[in-house]
Design a protein around this ligand. Sequence first.
Ligand code: GLA
Length: 339
Amino acid sequence: MSTVQARGPGRVNLIGEHTDYNGGLALPFAIDRGVTVTAEPAGGKEIHAEAHDLGETDSFLLDCPGKARGWRAFVRGMVAELTGAGYGLRPCRLRIEGDLDQGAGLSSSAALEAALCLALLATAGEAEPADRRELAKLCSRVENGWVGAQTGLLDQLASLCSEPGHALRIDFATLDLQPVPLDLGDWTLVTIDSGTVHEHAGSGYNERRAECRQACERLGIASLRDATIADVERLPEPLDRRARHVITENERVDEMTRALAAHDLQAVAALLDASHASLRDDYDSSTPEVERTIDQAGAAGARMVGGGFGGAVLALLRPGVVRPPGALAVVPGPPAALV
Ligand code: GLA
């Protein structure tokens, strides 16, 4: 086998936040920034990995990866999960590099997972599964079991299953995927880093997941997808607000799909604002830095994106509006692939 290279994109979630682990709806898209993994076959029994941008390395036995922290947990976890799924991996040297800021809420994690799994499979001569949703689930197990972040499937599905020029409507109850054309005319979507790094494993993310589970238990339902707005009244504070966010956010995903089909950019902007207000007031996942970033964006509509508690803001700018300093224009790019 020769040297291979795989690229995993980061993602932006247009709308549908904190709905994935609640069996709900979301509308993310892969962006044209991400992580590249180069895999070169090696002798011996080890995997050698280099996080080029960090200037760090790791080496471990292919058949006994063991636990580690930080980026090393992704590599070791991926090797263990692929092996556990029956893929015959081979010793190799991995070089990881990227153009996606870590912790900015654009899912450098899923980008890394997607690039890693495609590179590891290709260098071992293994074909990827016919259904990429299976790879997304495997990547998610790496994050849950090895990195320790109880994230849902949003980021991995966006990175692996998006289509260029489209957002991806995901129904997390059925894992049904539907590409939705994302044509914004002269309007621009940008992300702006709030300057505060968020880290899922240490943030309020896991606490919110636990609250949603408690809400389900009290309502006697399997997931908040099955809750109605009338159920909110039956929940104590703050579970009532958490559930209300999820229920109304699912509705906004469908409203967004309709607004895009109608090329109604004012409605798109209003939905971004509404999503943000719900995340801030009902989900309590904003921070003063995120609020300041939104206030200063000069956007028609804007919202925090990803897990929240810091990270990036997604803003929709009217034609001709000057981009705020540091803003990154985001367009829907291709999914993870071998380069
Ligand atoms: C993070 C997680 C996703 C999802 C979002 C919130 O990005 O990784 O699984 O839960 O937060 O929508």
